[in-house]
Design a protein around this ligand. Sequence first.
Ligand code: ADP
Length: 507
Amino acid sequence: MFKNHNDIDVEKEENDNQLKKYAGNFFKVINSTKVETFIILVIILLASLFTVEKCTSHFLIRGMVENELASLQTSTAVMANEFSEYLTIHDAEKDGVYDLLKHYSAMNYMRIRVIDERFVIVLDSYYTEYSRSMINPNVLNSYKNKKNVFEYNKKLNSIEAVVPIINSENATCGVIVTDMSLTKILSYKKSIYNNIYTAIIAVMIVSISLIYLIISVTSKRYKKLYQVIEEVAAGHVDKRLPVKGSTEMKELATHFNTVMDKANSLDESRQEFVSNVSHELKTPITSIKVLADSLNMQEDAPIELYKEFMQDIVEEIDRESKIIDDLLTLVRMDKKAVALNIASINLNELMELVLKRLKPIAEKKNVEILFESFRPVVAEVDEVKFTQVVSNLVENAIKYNNNDGWVHVSLNADYQYFYVRVEDSGIGIPKESQELVFDRFYRVDKARSRETGGTGLGLAIVQNIILMHHGIIKLYSEEGQGTTFTVRIPLNYVNENNHVSIKEDKL
Ligand code: ADP
């Protein structure tokens, strides 16, 4: 069956894609840390083994050759000494010295040549160079300088010793040349090499297996890490890394888990915030709808009822707009780069003004406001924001107070900080709620807070502003007895870059 052009093109494209996939996978494997580390370690191992092999064989063979040379030197000197009692080489020959040398030669697998003063070979234990003359640098050097000469001939793999023959009158009458083949060492060398290679191969197999094992274990741990990260990326944000393995792996796992915990809690608090906002914004609207519906349902509703309901609707709208205002204030402060309008402010004057403004509310409940200023205080603060702090705290002290109660406000300072204290004789805050009152939308008694027009955002705003001034706020409260808020802020505004941490216990 023939394929048309289109079929061939599609097939070619498929093949190309397949090839690209294989190539991609191949490079992925090659570029992986596992393969890279493995290759590097194997290269290092091979290089070290090669060096060890070369050094061992070199020094071993050199030692052996030196050993053989020394023993050849000794035995040649001993042989030369056999002639020392005679005047001529010929005399020694007659006395059977040649036979002794031949015997020696046969025993020690060495060639012995005796050369007389005419440089003629008079004895050759191999019988091949008899009567030939032998003049070479070694022979001349030894003869003329009465010196023992030695040579290692790497090419022929043999060693040679040339020792002068000194006669009974202490004159040089010839030289002895001994040659010995190092085939014995060669065979030694071979067996040594064989042993070294066997050892190297064994070491390599063991090391490579160990390297592979270690790398596999490490890469398995990394794989586990990637798996968890992938799962987290896919939405399983509760997944955590097991804290085990090497120190680095443990640290990595701990940091990863901490980051994930933080991200999760941030996400949770954001979700909680959004649901709180929705709920809070919906409440006034629901009330408005109920009020409007009930008016609509009454056909002949009197004008007084209309007025009353409309008044309620206006109050709900005011409430809604207050919530929105507070929310906007908070959201603006959440932005890191929010600019503070820092200036040197006379706090005594500022606080007196705030308290004056709040007096009418206090009078409604017959709450007495007392201001105690220990000294004149001028501090670097954002005037508008700091006014909001004092205002919110004192307003709360009035709102959550009993009729005929009191509010004591004080201002003090030392050389570093200024302190504001707002104390009331009000209803107090239960122990279990004391940590929560700074949370957004948290209210101890929702109904009471609603009654007094509270949004549950006031203390959150107060705390944010104080933190922006690098200060701290604390509260002490006894249910049914009253509440005290204490604020401490540095007199001089601390710039973010040289922010000094504040010890809480000083407050
Ligand atoms: P709210 O707008 O409800 O007043 P805040 O954030 O200012 O919101 O305060 C949170 C909650 O803390 C209040 O609802 C109230 O229950 C409690 N609270 C704040 N200040 C005082 C105080 N001086 N005395 C008693 N309770 C207080």
